[in-house]
Design a binder for this molecule. Sequence first.
Ligand SMILES: [Zn+2]
Length: 240
Amino acid sequence: MQSGVFESSRGTVAARWVVTDREGGYSQPPYSSLNLASHVGDAPLAVAANRSVLASALDVPSDRLVFPGLIHSSDVGIVDAPIGLFPNVDVLVTSTRNIGLVTMGADCVPLLAVDPEAKVALVAHIGWRGAGDGIVETILTSLVNAGATVKRTQFILGPSICGECYHVDEERRQHVLNVLPGAGRRDAQGLDLRDGIAAEVRAAHAAVKTIGGCTAEDPLLFSHRRDGVTGRQAAAVVLV
Ligand SMILES: [Zn+2]
């Protein structure tokens, strides 16, 4: 697990973030150990305990975490209360303090974004469908609609599968590359969604950093493509 803060230009802390891996939780194989997802067949009590671990790391009460439905949609959920689950979306945005927005993945890209001056936070879960549907553009628009300035916004892209490990059929590859040309640089048959998203964010003059490596290569990360039935790691943010 890694954690840190988003700071304003004057050095005030606007938000805290956490990016998890497999370690430090309560789940048994094949979900060992810090699986944060309740939809993958893991024991509910173990998932609840793991979510408490995440909440502590983020320094918010467990009942103030909000999870998106994760259905590969491009719709955006605007969160202004600790509702627990926001179904049917893969993007959550808030201007409310002390609500932990969580996104999860096991190969897909977990994205965090904060404008520390406007105090707007956003999380997203991005797979090839969302990427091909222009979800990065949707994210930038949602930030502006919530009062953020894209150039001031700081992005974190969590662990995800790399282009060498994520080979897809040519039709799918071209569908995504039409929207995210930077996703095709590393491998002639593969898609590196994180590379592609980072390129779009940089093109919008925002700062972006990546946390964690390739999910399929690192045994300390959950990877759906490598393991099939497995857990999900998380990335989370809270405005303070
Ligand atoms: Zn890889």
